[in-house]
Design a protein around this ligand. Structure first.
Ligand code: SF4
Ligand code: SF4
Length: 81
């Protein structure tokens, strides 16, 4: 499933440059993840790299965006084919 950034984000800018899909951008107040681009890093890394670099652990799975591995892989192929 895609991930989401919780309101506790401190805008430290650690995650944005690490995303291989350019899915993370600055929103109105905090950073946001584009659901259409987030693959949980499938195809690039073993685990979500944004989660690994976030110093306050505010990036979580989005319960409204549940996707299986095949769907995430298809998203990866669409972007990086
Ligand atoms: S899980 Fe990976 S693809 Fe999704 S926002 Fe984080 S770094 Fe980007
Ligand atoms: S790494 Fe975490 S705290 Fe920093 S901008 Fe990204 S989501 Fe926000």
């Amino acid at each position: 499933m895609a991930l989401l950034i919780e309101n506790s984000c401190i805008n430290c800018d650690m995650c944005d440059p690490e995303c291989p899909n350019e899915a993370i951008t600055m929103g109105e107040n905090i950073y946001e993840i584009d659901t259409d681009k987030c693959t949980e890093c499938i195809g690039h890394y073993d685990k979500p790299t944004c989660v690994s670099v976030c110093p306050i652990d505010c990036i979580k799975p989005d319960p409204d965006k549940v996707e299986d591995e095949d769907t995430l892989l298809a998203k990866f192929l669409r972007m990086h084919g």
